[in-house]
Design a protein around this ligand. Structure first.
Ligand SMILES: [Zn+2]
Length: 270
């Protein structure tokens, strides 16, 4: 038996202590859900592997959890929620028995919390709330609050012509209304359409006026950024919005008013 010199004893001891600390640290690791969801909408549509500002650490923690479950190759644990991470996350959702839009690879609160079991806990959680009715159209509570806030801001009374959770949709909406967070707003009683779109953007919608020249009956199409119930087609439109594009198949330049791009949660914090 070898007698450890005092210094080695201390090292061995602090090593043990550090192990204990690391375990406690793992449980205390926080994942910012708002950041992860924002990155999951934005990163897959980027032309590079850049990290969404403020989201890198939280995305990395989520990716480490996916890698630990052998769903993601370690080389993709980089803080960028790109298409490979989306696929891995989708596999995780399927492993939980989720189907359809709940297994699209877009993280919601339930799956993110489960994935974090023993590894991290969530803060800045997003809750979309129960389904409710607005002008006879179905939206979730988060979307309803956002529309009301934009109406108040602009002094306009927004009236919906199409709501969310509407598979099949109407008028060339190509699946965007299948999930949560997406509405079409009538322009009939709106004098200044640009002002309306601006107010919607300011509270956290990716919103655009759609026109006959684009092949639509004139209306405003709005996607509540970071609505965790949204369909992949709507996520792609949010990605386009962040990139300064119009969210159509043409991916043309954004033709709407310039605003600071925020989520509803960021808007509420001011
Ligand atoms: Zn629409």
């Amino acid at each position: 038996m070898r007698i450890l010199p005092a210094a080695a004893m201390v090292t061995a001891l602090s090593g043990a202590l550090l192990t204990g600390t690391a375990l406690d640290g793992a449980a205390a690791t926080k994942v910012n859900m708002e950041s992860v969801v924002k990155a999951a909408q934005w990163d897959p549509y980027k032309s590079d592997e850049s990290v969404t500002p403020g989201a890198g650490d939280s995305v990395k923690t989520v990716e480490e959890a996916l890698a630990a479950k052998k769903l993601l190759d370690k080389k993709y644990v980089d803080g960028h929620f790109g298409s490979v991470t989306v696929k891995a996350y989708q596999k995780y959702q399927k492993s939980l028995g989720y189907t359809g839009l709940a297994a699209s690879g877009f993280p919601g609160k339930g799956s993110l919390a489960k994935l974090g079991s023993g590894r991290y806990s969530l803060d800045h959680t997003i809750t979309v709330g129960a389904k409710t009715s607005m002008n006879g159209k179905t939206v979730n509570k988060r979307t309803a609050s956002m529309i009301k806030a934009a109406g108040k801001k602009s002094g306009m009374n927004f009236s919906l012509t199409q709501g969310s959770y509407n598979p099949g949709g109407v008028g060339g909406s190509a699946g965007t209304h299948d999930g949560g967070g997406v509405v079409d707003i009538s322009v009939q009683n709106i004098g200044n359409r640009s002002k309306a779109v601006k107010a919607l953007r300011e509270v956290g919608f990716a919103a655009w006026e759609r026109t006959p020249a684009q092949g639509f009956a004139r209306h405003i199409h709005a996607v509540a950024i970071s609505d965790t119930d949204m369909a992949p087609q709507a996520q792609a439109q949010v990605g386009d919005y962040f990139k300064g594009l119009n969210g159509l198949a043409s991916h043309g330049k954004d033709d709407g008013p310039k605003v600071k791009k925020v989520t509803w949660e960021e808007y509420q914090r001011g």
